[in-house]
Design a protein around this ligand. Structure first.
Ligand code: ATP
Length: 248
């Protein structure tokens, strides 16, 4: 079943068209990689799915309904530098901030909120660090906090914005396995990443974005589509990227 359905979306930022006629679908149970060069519009597309960025034309449906900030069952894992790691709170409290919009008028968390936090920490294997100040965590642990924070909402759709930046290879592999598990349990997961070959290895489908979707398909289909990579990344025929794709 389709969980996320972007149809012919145009998005403007600062008066300029950043996304043009973008169509992209993510089904329940799928991990889809969103690949494209710097400035391609990946973050803008994720923000559009969250309902934070309006579409000029076209539509964005999450679980069949138009995206609305705070109302849509979408978990968002921002880039790691977008979180205030020097804020003096512990891991559990940081995960709880993912539920801020759900706390009701008195803003006080109840038993079910703390249960959601505990479940999310368990899912990313951070239960033992629940009381640790977030400023004392490694990069990989911080990334898992952000994933738990998104999972606390129990979302049907999970958006990941460059989750591997600055992480060592074993941590990347661990997180990739987690993201695949989260998808294959029934969520729809859309992951923007610059780890092109890693995405081809791990994702069920990948989409190449450069202001519009240049191509989308299975990793095997996409890896063979040299023209699509050339268009999306503006690389020449001798590019190491194209050589690496031939080896996939
Ligand atoms: N507030 C803004 N006003 C105008 N243009 C913007 C604004 N924010 C971003 N842009 C432009 O929109 C385009 C898409 O940016 P976006 O951050 O979505 O790309 P990205 O693919 O996520 O890039 P990166 O891989 O570098 O993170 C870029 O050209 C960027 O300069």
């Amino acid at each position: 079943m389709t969980a996320l359905d972007v149809r012919h979306a145009d998005v403007d930022l600062g008066g300029a068209r950043v996304l043009h006629d973008v169509s992209l679908r993510v089904d329940q149970g799928e991990l889809v990689g969103l690949l494209g060069p710097n400035g391609a519009g990946k973050t803008t597309l994720l923000r559009t799915v969250l309902g934070l960025q309006p579409v000029r034309s076209g539509s964005v449906l999450v679980a069949g309904r138009p995206a609305r900030p705070g109302r849509t069952p979408v978990g968002y894992v921002p880039q790691r530098h977008d979180f205030a790691w020097d804020f003096p709170i512990c891991v559990a409290d940081a995960v709880l901030t993912g539920l801020t919009g759900r706390l009701g008028p008195v803003r006080r968390p109840g038993v079910r909120h703390w249960e959601a936090v505990a479940d999310a920490l368990d899912r990313v294997r951070l239960t033992a660090l629940a009381e640790r100040p977030v400023g004392q965590l490694s990069g990989g642990q911080r990334q898992r906090v952000l994933v738990a924070r998104a999972l606390a909402l129990r979302p049907q759709v999970l958006l990941l914005d460059e989750p591997f930046t600055g992480l060592d290879l074993p941590t990347q592999e661990l997180l990739t396995a987690l993201f695949a598990d989260l998808a294959h349990e029934g969520r729809a997961v859309l992951m923007a990443t610059h780890d092109l070959l890693g995405a081809l290895a791990a994702c069920d489908r990948v989409a190449l974005l450069h202001r519009t979707v240049i191509a989308a398909g299975t990793p095997a289909t996409l890896a063979a589509d040299t023209a699509a990579w050339t268009t999306a990344f503006g690389v020449g025929p001798d590019s190491p990227l194209l050589r690496a794709l031939r080896a996939v």
